[in-house]
Design a protein around this ligand. Structure first.
Ligand code: SF4
Length: 65
């Protein structure tokens, strides 16, 4: 599965990186980016947690086409 961050909504709180450090990284400009193409199975629950914790609802799974 793929996940994405809406950069226009992200306010850089970093909760996603704390929840799933193998998937999200806070850039120097305080916007989170996804650092994996496909989320490893072991990180899926962590990403679910990041989605719940994001105060801006900026994180979403990418639905397969
Ligand atoms: S938790 Fe949400 S608002 Fe905060 S850095 Fe991550 S994506 Fe951005």
């Amino acid at each position: 599965m793929k996940v994405r961050v809406n950069e226009d909504m992200c306010e850089g709180h970093g909760k996603c990186q704390a929840a799933a450090p193998g998937v999200f990284r806070l850039r120097d400009d305080d916007v989170s980016e996804v650092i994996v193409d496909e989320v490893p199975a072991a990180d899926v629950e962590k990403v679910e947690r990041a989605i719940r914790l994001c105060p801006r609802q900026a994180i979403a799974w990418v639905k397969p086409a």
